[in-house]
Design a protein. Structure first.
Length: 282
């Protein structure tokens, strides 16, 4: 995505290279002079998250030591779901990531649809979360064209984002009440009567990881007579057998953005990110 953002902003690409040694260690080398320059460091931190995060920190540290001013552009921000303590004794890992970024010289963070806005408050430097929802709406309208659509949020946490999707699409919005067992990770959706009979249901979430949430939502609407379940998310991680799980739950269509590369990453968010970067002044 770095190349695409650079093209859109008519910026030169920095001569830099990551090398990964046979033992897994990374090395970062920059061949251009960066002293006094504003550098947009574009690195998504999808699986393997720790590796990609470390590379981001390594590059930021080195470039800032060389005198660059770093804006980290992190389309998918790993650890964003660990933004508070859910169970006693748990660490707030996103707070630690914020601390590491600052120590590595990051001055500003631009990400895409962070899991929750509260997460941004853990950073002690300016942060911004770009919304991919308008791009997803446009893609679904033009390429999926659901019949008599209803837009559903699987849980309360993501309801604002999903409601925005429904409003932009001009479709009714419904809310499910999902709960996750914090120890086993098992997802359940509370029973409720939903007006979905004969309709195409668009399930909108920020992340699909194991597929458990989308599966529970899809099973619920299909059992109440929905015509089709469509899963839309910003960050498609699809870990393990997530895609099989979705298929078994009768999810016919999956749409996500290119914050995480993959088979379903059809929606390009580089325009939305570049538009935001244009508004940033030094
Ligand atoms: C959780 O609150 C998030 O918004 C997603 O619903 C969740 O991360 C999806 O994960 P999974 O696909 O593993 O259920």
């Amino acid at each position: 995505m770095g190349r695409s953002i650079a093209e859109k902003l008519s910026l030169p690409l920095l001569g830099a290279e990551f090398r990964v040694f046979p033992d897994g260690e990374s090395k970062f080398t920059v061949s251009d002079k960066v002293s006094g320059k504003n550098v947009l460091l574009v690195q998504s931190t999808y699986h393997p998250a720790d590796h990609h995060l470390f590379q981001l920190l390594l590059a930021s540290h080195h470039l800032s030591e060389e005198g660059a001013k770093i804006t980290a552009v992190v389309p998918y921000l790993a650890y964003a779901r660990q933004d508070k303590q859910f169970l006693p004794g748990e660490g707030v890992t996103l707070g630690f990531v914020a601390h590491l970024m600052r120590s590595a010289g990051v001055r500003r963070l631009v990400t895409v649809d962070i899991h929750s806005a509260e997460g941004l408050a853990l950073f002690s430097f300016p942060t911004y979360s770009v919304s991919a929802i308008p791009s997803l709406v446009e893609y679904v309208r033009e390429n999926v064209s659901p019949k008599d659509p209803v837009v559903i949020s699987p849980d309360f946490g993501g309801s604002k984002r999903t409601e925005a999707f429904a409003a932009l699409y001009g479709a009714p919005f419904l809310q499910l009440a999902k709960t996750r067992d914090r120890v086993s990770g098992e997802v359940t959706v509370a029973d409720s009567k939903l007006e979905v009979k004969g309709k195409d249901v668009v399930i909108v979430d920020d992340i699909i990881s194991t597929g458990g949430t989308a599966r529970a939502a899809a099973e619920k609407v299909m059992s109440q007579g929905a015509r089709r379940a469509i899963a839309v998310c910003v960050h498609g991680l699809f870990v393990g057998s997530a895609l099989d799980i979705l298929e078994k739950a009768s999810v016919k269509t999956v749409v996500c953005t290119n914050t995480v590369p993959g088979r379903f990453s059809q929606v390009d968010v580089s325009d939305a990110v570049a538009s935001h970067l244009r508004t940033i002044e030094d």
